[in-house]
Design a protein around this ligand. Sequence first.
Ligand code: NAI
Ligand code: MG
Length: 492
Amino acid sequence: MTATAEKTVVPVPKVRQTKMLIGGQWRDAQSGKTFETVNPATEQVIANIAEGDSADVDLAVKAARKAFDEGPWSRMDARDRGKLINKLADLIEQNFDELSALETLDNGKPIKDARAADFPLVIDCLRYYAGWADKIHGDTIPIRGNYFCYTRREPTGVCGQIIPWNFPALMVAWKWGPALAAGCTIVMKPAEQTPLSCLRMAELALEAGIPEGVINVVPGYGPTAGAALVKHPGVDKIAFTGEHRTAQIIMAEAATTLKRLTFELGGKSPNVVFADSNIDAAVAGAEFGLFFNQGQCCCAGSRVFVEEKVKAEFVEKITARAKTRKLGNPFDTSTSQGPQVDQAQFDKILSYIEKGKNAGAKCVTGGKRFGEKGFFVEPTIFDNVTDEMPIATDEIFGPVMSVLSFKDLDEIIARSNDTCYGLAAAVWTRDVAKAHRYAKSVRAGTVWVNCYDVFDAAAPFGGFKMSGMGRELGAAALNNYTELKTVTVSLD
Ligand code: NAI
Ligand code: MG
């Protein structure tokens, strides 16, 4: 490591905001209830957070409706909206250290990752959409007859946004960015495990001058606060990221009011390593693609398919790398793996490790809890995994890699696609034609060639099949937050 003046262990930040934001006011829940948010590295309670339910959601939706229907948001010049989104990005940048530490405290992710990945991407995403605010426009259309026909792209309205805990602040940016650029107003429900960075970002949004009622935040649980948002007739659209089973509930409940829906869900993404690849690069990519963020990534490369003739070499190298991962205090800048987010995820992961062992896969490293306190799981690798084992079919959402072997391209295309998911895939090869044939044939929303987890605010992201509906990021996400209006004018 290079010597810097910085301390190796970053101080634990102060929690400034634990209430909910409705119509520009920070308030307690109507019921007076609170819930605990826990530090997953120590299992200690960090703070008590206002626990919203349907009564609070109703107030928040009314505030968002008012800001949308009466202005000033919907009447503001698009360019001025863009300026305010940029101002929010500036304030996040100015509070970068505090926000990164808050994310580490609430989620458990290593401070190194919060600083190198989450918050740079948050800032980029908001700036990218700030730039879109005054570039969302329609077409003129040459229809038959003496008419002038044009389209307008108008904001969808009040958007309910329900997000998970794996990238708490980044999910805020992915949701707020395009919604604000389009001129929508927002009621957000952060994940009950990780409300802190969202609340702090909402404070900064107010400070930036984003008018009251444009962004409302109601922390709480899914079946209460989340479900109330989904059912509320005043909400025009729901954007959800999380588990596909939750999306199925949301889709059924949103049917009554026919809300617009976009979903970003899970996956069991194939990461395919051919013998003609740069094996060391593929090993590094496989490590990052699976273990990054404690394996809690929707696009985690959790099915690692390695061409038979290099599998032994691959397993030896990936095992050696997994063993060098440094688990421990996530505030230590040298830590590369923190705890899982909560007891439920921790238990789920350990139960899948047992299923892997029982199914006859070979656990070559890891396979148990790390330490006695905190939800840490050792980086775990299973060799000799076969397609039908639960560790090869189910989303584990933890640091558990399954290595499978294959012989040729057509076989691996079929096996890659033999899943209900289709979020991401990666292929490692020096053969350009093989790479593109794979990229064309795999049924997934994102394909990485000789890389993994390369994200950019400008590049669309989302799933085929049960991995999602609609695309986030890029110009594509603006469609999620706009309605198309056709205007026809008689020229007679
Ligand atoms: P979840 O889908 O239950 O939670 C995500 C969000 O949805 C949270 O804000 C939650 O409060 C809310 N929610 C839950 N039930 C709801 C309902 N009935 N109506 C409205 N909102 C609701 O995911 P959970 O339970 O945290 O994790 C379970 C599994 O889901 C994980 O083990 C992982 O496999 C997967 N997951 C995938 C994510 C992704 O990025 N694709 C993110 C988080 C979890
Ligand atoms: Mg759940």
